[in-house]
Design a protein around this ligand. Structure first.
Ligand SMILES: Cc1cc2nc3c(=O)[nH]c(=O)nc-3n(C[C@H](O)[C@H](O)[C@H](O)COP(=O)(O)OP(=O)(O)OC[C@H]3O[C@@H](n4cnc5c(N)ncnc54)[C@H](O)[C@@H]3O)c2cc1C
Ligand code: SF4
Length: 236
């Protein structure tokens, strides 16, 4: 059994501080993380439960006409929010096209963006996977790869970004606000920036997010915490 410490911070500041410890994973609804832990694909030493953090479960209308989506807003709650769905129908439709009703009722906006790839070989510990075990090889390249990348792939990894939610966010020029030791805004993109980058650097999917201080055309913003490795890779 893989032993881990569990913490449930009461404030955002405490959650950010707890997340700075190496080997930490944030736990939202757990629909992806629990599968990964049960299969031994990831073995965090510290689990930081963010589900009770105040203020992250809100859909806020911004003064510039945009919307800020808290990291803990459930996928179904966002898709069925009448005002949001009227103004951002592509996002609502994408959310409803993903997973199942039960999963959408639980899964959070932050967890959706930061979920790991759904490449079957990644989840199968008997298969070679560079993303799970850097340098091991990639069984998908010569295997069952019909649903894998046709753009933005490398010889080392041809997995696609798993989030349906991320696709309209990219099209709508949305931003991801990050709470870490510093604050920053990222632009999500469903195509990796640098396909040649080492896939093991994608542990927290940093390749999927570009760090930019940018203005946002639609004002659509997803606020989230950020996984430690991404925080470490950014300038102070
Ligand atoms: C059977 C099945 C089918 C699916 N089909 C689809 C599909 O068709 N389309 C689709 O888009 N998705 C699909 N998914 C994925 C699903 O959308 C994700 O599992 C879900 O969105 C993850 O959200 P969560 O809140 O459960 O995150 P968790 O499982 O709790 O976390 C996922 C990851 O994100 C990190 N994390 C979570 N929240 C934060 C945060 N606020 N800040 C920093 N890190 C965070 C965690 O540490 C973990 O690494 C499917 C999942 C399953 C199990
Ligand atoms: S495509 Fe990527 S995630 Fe899938 S087995 Fe290859 S390296 Fe692993």
């Amino acid at each position: 059994m893989n032993r881990f410490e569990y913490a449930r911070p009461a404030t955002l500041a405490d959650a950010v501080a707890a997340g700075a410890m190496p080997g930490t994973a944030y736990l939202a609804a757990g629909t992806n993380l629990m599968d990964l832990m049960k299969g031994g694909v990831v073995r965090p030493g510290h689990l930081v439960d963010i589900t009770r953090l105040p203020g992250l479960d809100r859909i806020e209308r911004l003064s510039d006409g945009g919307v800020r989506i808290g990291a803990l807003v459930r996928n179904a709650d966002l898709a069925y929010d009448t005002d949001f769905a009227r103004r951002f129908p592509a996002v609502a439709e994408a959310l409803l096209s993903g997973a199942s009703a039960q999963l959408r009722n639980a899964a959070t906006a932050g967890g959706n963006l930061l979920q790991r790839t759904r490449c079957a070989y990644f989840y199968d510990m008997a298969s070679a996977c560079n993303k799970r075990d850097p340098g091991a090889g990639c069984d998908t390249v010569g295997g069952e790869n019909r649903l894998h990348a046709i753009l933005g792939w490398s010889e080392r990894c041809i997995a696609i970004h798993p989030s349906d939610f991320c696709v309209p966010l990219t099209a709508l020029d949305a931003l991801v606000e990050v709470e870490a030791q510093y604050q920053s805004k990222l632009r999500p993109t469903s195509v990796p920036n640098n396909p040649e980058a080492d896939p093991c650097a994608n542990m927290a999917q940093p390749r999927s997010y570009r760090l930019e201080e940018v203005s946002c055309r639609t004002g659509l913003v997803v606020s989230t915490l950020v996984a430690t490795r991404l925080a470490e890779s950014q300038p102070a």
